[in-house]
Every structure is written in C-alpha cells, then in structure tokens.
Design a protein around this ligand. Sequence first.
Ligand code: ZN
Length: 595
Amino acid sequence: MNTRKKITTSIFDILRRSLRSSWFARSQETPFSRRFRLALNPLALIALLTLSACGANNESTQSNVAKIPVDLILHNGKVLTVDQNFSIHSAIAVSAGKVIVTGDESILAQYKASKIIDLNGKILMPGFNDSHTHISGNPRRYIDLGDVSSIIEMQALVRNKARNLGPGEWITGYGWSEDELTEQRKPTRYDLDDAAPNNPVVLTRAGAHSAVGSTMALALAGINSQTPDPEGGVIERDDSGNPTGIIRERHNLLLDLVPPSSEKEIIASLEVNLNQLLTKGITSITDAQKTPAQYQRWETLYEQATLPLPRSTLQFEWHDPNSIQALKQRVGAGNDNLKIGPIKIFVDGGFTGPAAYTIEPYRNQPNYRGYLNIPENELVDQINEIHNAGWQMGIHAIGDAAIELVVDTLADTLTRAPKADHRHYLNHFSMRPPEDTMKKMAAHNIHITQQANFTYTLEGRYAENLDGFRLAHNNPIRSPMDHGVVVALSSDILPIGPMVGLYAAVTRKGMSGAVYGPEEAISIDQALRAYTSIGAFINFDEDIKGTLETGKYADMIVLSEDILSIDPERILDVDVLQTFLGGELVFEKTPANNQ
Ligand SMILES: [Zn+2]
C-alpha cells in the first residue's frame, strides 16, 4: 500500500534523523547541543507512536489508521525545503515548534492538526537568515532619517517627535543626505525651528561627518555669529555670517549636550526593532558588532520580551578578550534564541569613505589604494591570537588587497595550527580577489557572508572608485562559488529587506538598471539557499534551522509570489505574507500594515 509505505518511510526518516542528531549531540555534548538533543526527543516519540500505530493497523485500510496529532499543517502550497536537493513538496506538519515531516497532500490523511492552513499554491520556505547585519535600540528622542526624501518629510518627523516628547526635550536623528532630498540642499536651523520651535534638535548627516542643529540647540551650545570655528571643525555660515545650523566634524558640540538615554528605553526600542525583522521574513540574524555588555542587554531583552524576536547570534570585536572569555564562560554556547557568534576583525574600510584596501589604485585617484585599519603585523598577530584562543572569526574585508592579505594569513595560520571545522569566514568580500586567493579559500574552508544588495544600493560608490573588470565583478558571487567557496548572503542593513539582495544576486543590476558582470549572477535557488541554510551553516546552526527538514525549527515564511518562476525583475515586489517562528504565526501582512 502506497500510503503506508509513505508513512513508514517518513517515520523512518524522522527516526533516522533523530538518532543521527542524538549521536551528534552526544558525540560533542555541550549544554547547547544537549538541550537540542532533549528537544528532539518528543519528535522521536511521535515517530515511535506512529510506527506502532501503523503496525497495529497493518491490515486495515487507510481510513482506519489513527491520525497522528500535530500542532499545525500547511498544505496545497509549494513548500521549498531548501534541503540538499532543493526538494519541493506541497505540505508540512509541525509540532512543538519543529518540522515533523514535509510531503504531499497525503500528510492530511496521516496527521491531524487543530490548525490547518491552505497555502493556495503559495510558496512556503525557511525564514531568511541575515548573517551580517546591525540592529540596535534607539533612544525615544531619536528619528531614523535613512529614508527621508525631502526636507518637508524631515520636518514632519521632527514635528511629530516634538509633539510626543513635549517642549524642551532634545530631538536627535541620523541618516539624511542632501543628495537624496528633493530640495537638493542641506537642511538649515530655520527648517528645524519651523518644525520644533520649542525643542533643541540635532540631526546627523549620513556618514556622521556633520549635523544640522536648530536655533535652540545652537544657543544651548553657545554657538552664535561671533563664535569662531572650533578646532578641527567648521560652523557653516550664511552671507551675513550667521550660522546656518550645519556644523562639520565638530557636531559633538551639540551631541554632547543630549542627555543619555535609559537602559530601559534602549531595550524597549531594541525589542521593537528586532520584532520588525519578522515583517521582512527574517527569522535569524547575526549582528556583526556588539560588546559583551551589549550581549547582557540582549540577554535581558530575550528573557523579558513580550514581542516575538528572531533568533540572534552576536559577533564581538577583540578589544577586551578577557570580558569575551568571561561571557563565554557564563553563557556557554547560549541557546537557540540568543548565542555568542564569531569574533569580528575590521581589516579595511568600505567604498563610501572610500577606504577599502585595493591592489590597484582607485579609478580617479592614481596614488590611493585605501588602507588597512590596523598595521599588517598587528593584524597577523590578532588573527593568530584569536584562532589560537579557539574562536571562530568573521573578518571584515572589502578591498581585494584586504581579502588577499586575510586569506593568506588565515591559510598560514591554518597550516600551522589546523583546526577541523573552524568555519572562519569573511564579511563582505566586495571585490573579486586573485584566482589563487579563491582557491586558497576553498582549500582551507574559508567561507563568505556577502551582500549582493551592495551591487544595487552602492552602485554609485563602485562606479566612482572602480573600473573595468573590478567594477563589473563587484560583490562577486558565482566566481567564489565556482571555486568551491561557501557563500552566504546577508544585508548589512543596506537596506535590510532580503528581496534587494536576492534581486541583485540574480540580475546583477544596480539601482540605475545597469548590469554588472552578469557572469557573477547565481540562480534564484542558489540565492535562496545562501540566504537561509548557508547562513545557518556558517553559524554552526545547520542542525536546528535553515531548511524545512524533520527536526528543525519551523521558522518559515509565505511569499506573495512564486519567486522561483516570476520574471526576476519582479523579485523586488515580492512580499512576505506570513512569518512563523518555531511554528507560531508571528507576522501576517494585513491591509493595515501593508506599506
Ligand atoms: Zn556591517
């Protein structure tokens, strides 16, 4: 009987995986893996119960076979498991937060659930794993200006904030750029005075080299037409010598006056900001720059949160190895919701400065190749020290010279002190390094988490600083993959939505529509894998998430379009309709939150 064969196959599958996981857990028992093994036991139990149910009904018809209770079934869809073979099924059963089985519509005959969702042909896939991003909590007084496109819009945000905070309270913000404003000029103190006459306001420009302050803010800082330019900075002035509100390089004169925010308000905002990621279908992140103290803030949040939060891994810089080691002693490997990730090293800058460290000079600066953030010998020492201390590394390298140096160093380190399954990786990899470098990466299992979305959003920066082959191959994906390098995709919040990265990975298009090095494009299946299971892999989480396979967390999303078959031009318009975290519906797109 076909049905029974299917049932027993899937049950054996569960048992096999469960046993394999148990073996895996026992062979490398840590508090973390032990929890995982214990969490799997209910699955093995369900599988055993099912087996005995089948055995008992050996001769009976399908209708007499007792249905196995599960929490949730989704069916009649296109379920992308993102497993090894990129298997696509139509249904999935979930219990206790984890995937029980994926398969065809016969799942409805085998399992019963209190909640059954008809996917109506829609795609269900693993939630996105943004393996390089930055999420923080903001003070109540803060306004995000990254998306404003006019001074009028900026004023509306300031007006609204002033109303919420009341008079006298400082208002801060970050991220405006006159290039992006329809007025095509910098905002002035008069613009801010208009919006919030009774509040000191200071809004920092994108890049953080200048800010605009309101008249009240300038007055509090003692800045008027008589004030000379501060050392290292410029107070911009109008024709009659009055400050316009813009202060370059020394806007700390205003920012220093802003009262510090309370831990409570930062945590509250962090909770909201993390929760928002679920609306983008992001169910896991790696935050690339945190301190042990910030880990404690996140820990407090994860213990107290009332909103659902994605699973997080935090990366630390090696400024204070003792406190990092002490944290590791205390929290071990963390848990499935929050854990310590690799150590971050900053090797060079990016192309916005521009400061990426390149082999050849920049396009328009024949004597400039960017620079290393730390002297080469210190970098080499640091890489060795961190490796020797047993930590995984996620190393920021953008320019081809930085990439080559890091890979050469890591290869030497790994030759001298081999370590199985170290999973060191490079953050960014924005330039294509020499072939030999990619070969070394493959040989030494040095992976990448890369931002395909940079090809789209940073197009202007690349065109300004790079040329020819270097420009065409910005953020190369296929070439490292063809060399056998494992590549994950992530956003670095430029922007955070995964659709931009998927779109650029597949089309290689910049914002202008220009195509860069189409030979670096990958297929949409590869891109989805890089944004889900590979992100889990480079964080040592492939046994608990990243694919919709038996025993893994049911972290999954429903898409508005069939992303596998639509015209790639439309990928940017694909919406996440629902997000499930551990089998719980944590976001649903409704007309109210439809933006
Ligand atoms: Zn970053």
